[in-house]
Design a protein around this ligand. Structure first.
Ligand SMILES: [Zn+2]
Length: 240
């Protein structure tokens, strides 16, 4: 993969310039800043992939739309294609399959993700909400993760879905993204994301419309209590 690397306040991100680019976008701050940066810099078509569980659609879809529209407004990019996937109960491997299909079909040459590393353990040791251990291990501070082809190790006996976790019908004990999936911030935590917002000058425009909260009882605003609000507060110093 031929990438042109740039340094933004000490954070290295590679820009792909040779063909169509994909990005996985939620409505959170991490994928939003990469989306903004790609819209500013990619001349080829940009494909945006968004996966939402049907039962959370009312909360998350409007937030996603606002983020994408804000990035379009700020950059003026027009050759943007939005792919929304709403499924009743998405198994964890579905997103991996979506990337693979987009790459194999030639729709895009590369898929960016906004995955970031978690804060140091001691930062959230006292937070009220705890994350499952497998989730923490996947992005724990102090480890080095692959920027290309991110892997998610699953503990033995994991069965998130019904039927059990599988890819193309084969049971799996880890999820591995295609090597053409690129996570430039996977070895950075959210404080680096805050640096990017400041360096790119969108702390007052884009950041306030992003949503990191995972508490669906607070549609449209941050609850301030869940783990994800805690991480956002720790990194940025304010929620909205
Ligand atoms: Zn929250």
């Amino acid at each position: 993969m031929n990438l042109e690397y740039v340094d933004i306040d000490g954070i290295r991100i590679g820009l792909y310039k040779d063909g169509p680019v994909g990005i996985s976008v939620s409505c959170g701050a991490d994928s939003a800043i990469i989306l903004y940066w790609l819209m500013k810099n990619v001349e080829h078509d940009l494909h945006i992939y968004n996966l939402i569980a049907e039962y959370r659609k009312d909360i998350l879809e409007p937030a996603f739309d606002i983020v994408v529209n804000k990035c379009i407004e700020l950059t003026g990019k027009t050759n943007v294609f939005i792919h929304k996937l709403h499924v009743p109960k998405p198994p964890p491997e579905l997103m991996f399959k979506v990337y693979k299909d987009a790459l194999d079909s030639g729709e895009v040459d590369i898929v960016y993700t906004g995955l970031t590393k978690f804060p140091p353990d001691e930062v959230y040791a006292d937070w009220e909400e705890k994350l499952p251990e497998w989730h923490v291990q996947t992005r724990r501070d102090g480890q080095v993760f692959a920027e290309f082809g991110f892997e998610m190790q699953l503990p033995a006996g994991t069965n998130f879905a019904d039927p059990p976790l599988s890819i193309d019908g084969n049971p799996v004990d880890k999820l591995a993204m295609d090597k053409r999936a690129y996570s430039p911030l996977v070895n950075h935590n959210k404080q680096s994301v805050a640096k990017l917002y400041k360096a790119l000058g969108v702390l007052d425009t884009l950041y306030p419309v992003t949503r990191s909260c995972e508490n669906d009882n607070h549609p449209g605003s941050h609850c301030g209590k869940c783990w994800w609000c805690g991480e956002r507060m720790w990194a940025f110093g304010f929620l909205e």
